[in-house]
Structures are given as C-alpha cells and as structure tokens.
Design a protein around this ligand. Structure first.
Ligand code: BDR
Ligand code: CA
Length: 345
C-alpha cells in the first residue's frame, strides 16, 4: 500500500535540525527533510564521519543547492571525535563521501559562527521546542549539551540514526555512528533529553529496488535524479548482502521519515549502554532487552544503561513510499517493486 500524495499540513511544521556527515544516505535524508511539508528544517550542522568535515560541508551545501534550498543555514562542526581521530567511510560512500556525483560546488558559504553556535542559537531562539536529528557521529551534540546545557529546556527530543540491538556494521557489534565517537553517544544518551534510536535493526530494512531507482535517474527534477544515482550507488555497495542486496537503502532518510510520521516505527523503551572499553566491543550499544529482573538487579548491581526508545520495527514499504512521494518521485514506481516481488514468490 502506498501513501496518498502529500497534502499541505494544517498543523504547524515541526522545527528540526539535522546533524549530518553527508554521506550518500545523509543526502537522501536532506531531500526528505527539506521536501516534507510537516518538517521545518531550521539548520544543518556538519561533523566528521563518512568524510572529513570540510568535505561534509561541501557535500551538504551542494545537495541543498540541488534542492533549491538556499535559506537553510549550514555550519561546520567537529573535525575529530571527542577522544580518537576521525576515520572515514570512503569504502561505503566513495572518496568524496557522495559516490562521485560530480555536483557543482556551491557558491554559498557556511555559517561563520560554526556548528555549536548555530545549534545553540537555533534552539534557544525557537518559539517551539526543536527536534534534533543526528544522522552521524554525535560529536557536535555531545559538545553542545556539555557547553550549553540550557538548550535541553527547548528540545522536544533527539531522534538519532545510531546503534543497533543486533550486530553492527563498522565492527561485528558496533554501528558506524556510535563506533566513530562512542563517548559522544554516551553523553547524548545520558543527557536526560528523550532519545529515540533509529538503529541498524530498522535502518537496514528500507530498500528501493533497481527498477524504481533507475526510473528516478531519468526524472527531470535534478533532486529526484540525484536520489536515483545515490540509491544506485548504495545498491552497488550492499549488493552482496543477502538481507538487503536487492536494492539501495534510503538509510538515514528513514530516520527523517520517522520524525515526519512516528507511526512508521515501533519502539521499545529499554536501558542502553554504550560500551567504551577498548577492544572488540567498543562502540556497541548494549540494549538490555530483558523483561524480568536479571541477576544483576537481584544482586543489587546498578544497570549501566540509560532509558532510550529503541526502534524495533518499521513498516518498510510505507517508509519507502513516504520517502519516494516526499521527494517528488511519486509512489508509482514502488508499486512496480511490489508487483515484481509478488511475481517472484
Ligand atoms: C550510518 O553510518 C553512515 O555510513 C551512514 O550515513 C549512516 O548514518 C549507518 O551506520
Ligand atoms: Ca550519516
């Protein structure tokens, strides 16, 4: 089932700030956020992750130009994680972080005051509480919450792409955004601000198949065509994964879909602990999924975790269709996917 075309919302759009490491799927997330009528993108802040922070700024500005969104301020943030050195993900996102799309460099300059000041100002100046959407290592957010804890009073919450209950991607147990800066993630999860983790468990389920993204590539709207090329890039990277290799992932854009339509995901509130010790488990989000008291509680040992709403399920097809409809591709092509799958069964 596809969603009907989007009607202009009668309620006030939700103010959001995206913190990104653009990034193939961050670019898709920017498209989703800028084009969804229920979201009011107040700022974009950049951090080292998929690429170095200057490249992330370059990419984010270039994507916003394709989207014809010149009024959304963009700021450069942390170049390094809190304790370690930056490690990029060029094996996934290409040397330039965007799969070599060759986008023209933007003539815009980033906000001169930097990411922390843009975040502080945007949050404190907003008449309505702001939702933060980190889609990258949480270095900027951790620095913000330590430097300006007063911002917490005007935050509606944080919906982060990060972590996993089951298995990792950067390592066997750690998801890339948390693994890249585990201390930052631990600070954000322990900040007292309500956090929802849109982790790998749901992130890896929303796929756009080849027939659809090939059609997007031919679209006269440059942003839709770019989405088609980015999804094709994603497909190349994950093709050998039997669970998702039948198409390209919308990735971070799924977290933005969940901000626009929270009913797309189901969550469970569990204690989550970020493993910080050096070694195999560093960066793992240990999700305590027990429903009855464990030995530790019986013996009076404190749980190490912070209560977090962990996304445990997603309506993947509705999320894909919301994404396609929102960016302007319409849901028609996704019907072809459904038909193709039905025929294969
Ligand atoms: C996350 O890591 C990055 O490579 C993606 O942009 C996404 O935010 C997935 O682990
Ligand atoms: Ca990202």
């Amino acid at each position: 089932m596809s969603n009907p075309p989007l009607e202009p919302s009668t309620t006030k759009p939700v103010p959001v700030v995206l913190d990104v490491d653009t990034g193939v799927d961050d670019a898709l997330a920017l498209m989703m956020a800028v084009r969804h009528p229920a979201l009011d993108v107040r700022a974009i802040t950049c951090v080292a992750g998929n690429a170095d922070v200057d490249q992330v700024v370059t990419n984010s500005l270039a994507v916003l130009d394709v989207l014809d969104a010149p009024d959304v301020p963009v700021a450069r943030g942390a170049a390094q994680p809190l304790l370690e050195v930056a490690r990029d993900a060029r094996h996934v996102h290409g040397a330039d972080g965007l799969g070599a799309q060759g986008l023209p460099a933007s003539s815009r300059t980033p906000f001169a005051g930097g990411a922390l000041e843009l975040l502080r100002m945007t949050i404190l100046d907003s008449p309505e509480p702001v939702t933060l959407v980190p889609l990258a290592p949480m270095t900027n957010l951790a620095l913000l919450l330590r430097a300006y804890p007063e911002v917490k009073d005007n935050l509606a919450g944080i919906i982060a792409m990060g972590g996993a209950a089951e298995g990792g991607n950067a390592t066997a147990v750690a998801e890339f955004n948390v693994w890249h800066d585990p201390e930052a993630a631990a600070i954000v999860l322990g900040s007292g601000v309500p956090v929802t983790l849109y982790g790998l468990d749901v992130f890896s389920q929303v796929v756009v198949e080849a027939e659809t993204y090939e059609a997007l590539r031919q679209d006269p709207d440059p942003a839709v065509a770019l989405a088609g090329r980015l999804l094709a890039h994603s497909h190349e990277v994950i093709r050998s994964d039997p669970r998702v290799g039948h198409g390209g992932l919308i990735g971070d854009a799924g977290a933005v879909c969940a901000v626009a339509e929270p009913g797309l995901i189901t969550t469970h509130r569990w204690p989550v602990h970020v493993a910080l010790a050096p070694g195999l488990t560093r960066g793992q989000t240990v999700v305590d999924r027990r429903y009855v008291l464990g030995e530790d509680a019986v013996h009076g040992v404190d749980s190490l975790g912070h209560l977090v709403d962990v996304a445990v399920g997603i309506d993947a097809e509705a999320t894909r269709d919301l994404f396609l409809t929102t960016i302007g591709a319409g849901p028609q092509a996704s019907h072809a996917d459904d038909t193709a799958r039905a025929v294969q069964r």
